[in-house]
Design a protein around this ligand. Sequence first.
Ligand SMILES: Cc1cc2nc3c(=O)[nH]c(=O)nc-3n(C[C@H](O)[C@H](O)[C@H](O)COP(=O)(O)O)c2cc1C
Length: 394
Amino acid sequence: MKTTEQYRPLFETIALPNGIELDNRFVLSPMVTNSSTVEGYVTQEDLSYAKRRAHSAPLQITGSAYIEEYGQLFEYGFGIDDDHSIAGLKKLAQAMKKDGAKAIIQLTHAGRFSKISLKDFGVVYGPSEMNLKTPIEHTVLPMTKRKIRHVITQYADATRRAIQAGFDGIEISGAQRLLIQTFLSTFSNQRDDEYGAQSLENRSRFGIEVLQAVQKVIDEEAPADFILGYRGTPEETRGHEIGYSVEDFLYFMDQLMEVADIQYLATASWGKNIYKQTIRQGKFKGKWMNQVVFDHIAGRIPVMASGGINSPEKALEAFQFADMVGASTPFVTEPEFVTKLEAGREDEINLGFTQDELADLAIPERAFKDIVELMDIGGSLSDDTRKEFSKLRK
Ligand SMILES: Cc1cc2nc3c(=O)[nH]c(=O)nc-3n(C[C@H](O)[C@H](O)[C@H](O)COP(=O)(O)O)c2cc1C
């Protein structure tokens, strides 16, 4: 069968600025499956999960790989923080690439949300001190300039490891309140030095220096068509207060694009239907976030919409203001989302899940149920499906 007329635009090829051509506009967006070892190494379950989805989209991004132990959010996430991780990551890259997709590894530091750092070492880092109450009372340790330099070096080292492991690219995430975002945010950043809150230029500095450092490694060690992607949250607000505005974010993106050869921008945030979130404050108030970002980027690099795109109709809706559309949780239960849509079999797309599909879908059992609470935030999978996941091995 042929692709239904209205969905055909989603199946046009797209070339990244570096010339890499992708067969269609879908992206398997990052999602940690919490199935690696407690030391942060890739497991057989990780590999089976990736292989089962190798045909799901032409561009695929791994779940976050922490660049240092102090930046670890998921108990059974994988790391890229030391050379011992490379052997397993090599296998993961091969699994993702087995059907021709481009495999990108996401590099992250979760800053004050690094739950595992708090559990293992009793400390989390951020731009400035904060006193927090959950999960236990603790103080966020402000990063000294030495620590900032250290983390930037770790991003560079992680990039080197990603190249050695054979990934086609890296994605730096400054989205969803990870460390890079907290430097940009006036809620989290109260510093008074050159990385501090007095000016947007200063709040942007940490992110810019990270991108400069990874670009240097790419220039020196990666193949010419290596992909550098960036994931960002375009606005941060709390009620009427602004952590940073979309104007701030767009200024920041322009700076990043000046120091690094970014090949795409993915927009993301926590919440429901993020792909059609509207801007809360400032001169663009009420407009679709992705429209403002898309208009500003103006074709310089592809923009990827994500968050809540769990049906062909929503993919098409998101595509109005994006060059690519990303889905994370929908691919957990429907690895054939794109192939079915391409074949005009959209009626067969099924995001439901029953326990007897576990093996066929290669869904890891161990610790998977612990990530259901994050799935609840976006709600792209139904209540019933999430309930089934919660019943997985205790
Ligand atoms: C269990 C779980 C793990 C996630 N892990 C990551 C991650 O490692 N990196 C990341 O950038 N986003 C991560 N996300 C956020 C997703 O990429 C995405 O923004 C969110 O799930 C909404 O998109 P969806 O509706 O397509 O699922 C995660 C989300 C969930 C539910």
